[in-house]
Design a binder for this molecule. Structure first.
Ligand code: FES
Ligand SMILES: [Fe+2]
Length: 419
């Protein structure tokens, strides 16, 4: 991709962004910021792009589109997950043109250069003497699997802190066995808003009264300090304290890590992880909080494990319960369009209609996603008005501020490197 040369105004807006309030309109609506976001944020950081369960067999692949980039994530014959630029080494054609599928080899449809699922060029017809196929393998993209979650990084030199983060979060994630799970459902939702509005919306529960289905099984106190909890949420807070005390006993007895680690804006790969109680029956994100899947993800002695929530900047969040897990990724499509991909994972041997009912499994988050899409679209419409002025974040929106801080810091770092 050609470097986006930031106009002086763009760099100035980044440099003088005041803390504690929403961004100025061009960050959300401007083409120049969209290009900068792809280059500085999405091409420069570790991105969650798929669950390992989406590529469970050798040859299974998904393609991921990020601005001008297309990446193939594929399981190779050694059962490792690999990632390659989806660009033929002959004359550059995009090779795989479906979102997902399964292949024996990766064959370019133009002149049929044929690559192995390990990226090696296996066959190129009618080449000149001296042609060395070893020089024309697919260009690889950095990839890591994190307890069943696939991350890629397009940068030549990815942020070096990710391996340390993997070491710290895998003890939380690994007990849920996601590497051995299967995909029960997946939805692609296009939100009519900038990707940062999608992420900001995800990082707070100030708006959670707008999620009736979620509120039945989720304590809507996310982000609140005790003194800031409004009277209407006090009963939920009291229930939360009791449920969380119980949950902690369970976590301790099972040796499941639960304490919050929150490093959202202090490092290149901002992240947060915490295990805590759910409301209702306390088992799952379902209309009454009971497990949606009888077959649990692992040999847990109880389904009442609440939720393990994991966030990574810039574009992902996850909820892992005893019975299922949900992954979310946000992919920018245009300044005012964002793809939100949601994937529900269950035990590989769980049978639909026997162990779980798809509607019960997906009901809460399908409804919540639809409601969030409305909020994000309205926010985008509002910030597109010439009358929009940045407004203050409430203390309960401190993770929104952390996201925006992280974002601004990463842009500054990128712009400094370009000087
Ligand atoms: S561009 Fe792929 S084989 Fe020619
Ligand atoms: Fe929401």
């Amino acid at each position: 991709m050609n470097a986006v040369t930031p106009v002086a105004e763009t760099a100035d807006l980044v440099a003088r962004r005041p803390a504690g309030q929403s961004l100025e309109a061009p960050f959300y609506t401007g083409e120049e910021f969209f290009g900068l976001d792809i280059e500085a944020i999405f091409a420069g950081h570790w991105l969650f792009v798929a669950a390992e369960a989406e590529v469970s067999e050798p040859g299974d692949y998904v393609t991921v589109t990020l601005g001008p980039y297309s990446v193939i994530v594929v399981r190779d014959d050694e059962e490792d997950v690999r990632a390659f630029h989806n660009v033929c080494r002959h004359r550059g054609a995009r090779i795989l043109n479906e979102e997902r599928g399964s292949v024996g080899n990766i064959v370019c449809g133009y002149h049929h250069w044929t690559y192995g699922v390990d990226g090696r060029l296996l066959h190129a017809e009618s080449q000149a003497p001296g042609f060395d196929p070893k020089c024309f393998g697919l260009r690889s993209v950095h990839v890591r699997t994190v307890a069943g979650l696939v991350y890629i990084c397009l940068a030549d030199e990815p942020p070096a802190d990710f391996d340390e983060i993997i070491t710290r979060v895998e003890p939380y994630l690994a007990p849920h066995n996601l590497a051995k799970a299967k995909v029960a459902a997946q939805t692609d939702l296009i939100e009519n808003g900038n990707w940062k509005l999608t992420m900001e919306n995800n990082r707070e529960c100030y708006h959670c009264v707008g999620h009736p289905e979620l509120q039945a099984c989720y304590f809507p106190i996310y982000g609140y300090q005790e003194q800031d909890i409004p009277p209407a949420l006090r009963p939920a807070y009291e229930r939360y304290l009791r449920a969380d005390a119980d949950a902690r006993e369970t976590y301790e007895s099972l040796g499941l890590p639960y304490t919050a680690i929150e490093e959202l804006d202090t490092r290149p790969t901002g992240f947060r992880i915490q295990r805590e109680a759910l409301d209702g029956a306390g088992e799952s994100y379902t209309p009454d909080g009971t497990a949606a899947c009888k077959r649990l993800l692992a040999e847990f002695p109880t389904a009442r494990l609440g939720r393990l929530s994991f966030h990574t900047q810039p574009n992902a969040w996850f909820h892992l319960m005893a019975d299922h897990a949900i992954t979310f990724s946000a992919i920018p499509l245009a300044p005012g369009r964002t793809l939100v991909r949601t994937t529900w994972l269950v035990h590989a041997d769980a049978v639909e209609g026997v162990d779980y009912d798809l509607e019960t499994l997906t009901k809460v988050w399908k409804a919540t996603n639809d409601q969030d899409a409305v909020f994000v679209a309205r926010a985008h419409q509002g910030v597109s008005s010439p009358a929009y002025l940045p407004g203050p974040y409430s203390p309960t929106e401190q993770q929104v501020e952390a996201f925006v801080n992280w974002y601004i810091t990463r842009l500054k770092t990128h712009l400094e490197r370009q000087r």
